[in-house]
Design a binder for this molecule. Sequence first.
Ligand code: HEC
Length: 113
Amino acid sequence: MTIKNYAILAVSFAVLISLFAGKAFSSDYTEGKIIFKSKCQVCHFIEGDGNLVSAYQRQYRPKDFSKSISWEGLSEEKIKFVLMRGQGVMRPIPLNAEESKALTGYMMNELKK
Ligand code: HEC
């Protein structure tokens, strides 16, 4: 084998490995779930798991994102926009790019129905 062939082989392996690694990583939403539970769930679960609804929730109706109706007109871009700018009584919740990606990945792929 020539050096060129070795190089091609090495590159092919690298691409293959990164494809598998990427796939395994992108289908794991553990980090996003942790962020959601710690930063969003306190407000955004109205009927979620039978917990008592707080006065805050009764008044301001933060969406229960586990319900399909909550997703009407909602996109990943909209979620990121609301996190950055806030909306109504919800104050902005600044997240870095990595956290924001993990959070929306979890919301779009596991919460969304
Ligand atoms: C302190 C309570 C509270 C927390 C914490 C909170 N939210 Fe909210 N959120 C609200 C309320 C209330 C609204 C409704 C605001 C309005 O439209 O007047 C809202 C609205 C939204 C909307 C807009 C929904 C739509 O369709 O218009 C999105 C998206 C959202 N929240 C995402 C999140 C995410 C993601 C987190 C966690 C990082 C989070 N929120 C944390 C209270 C909260």
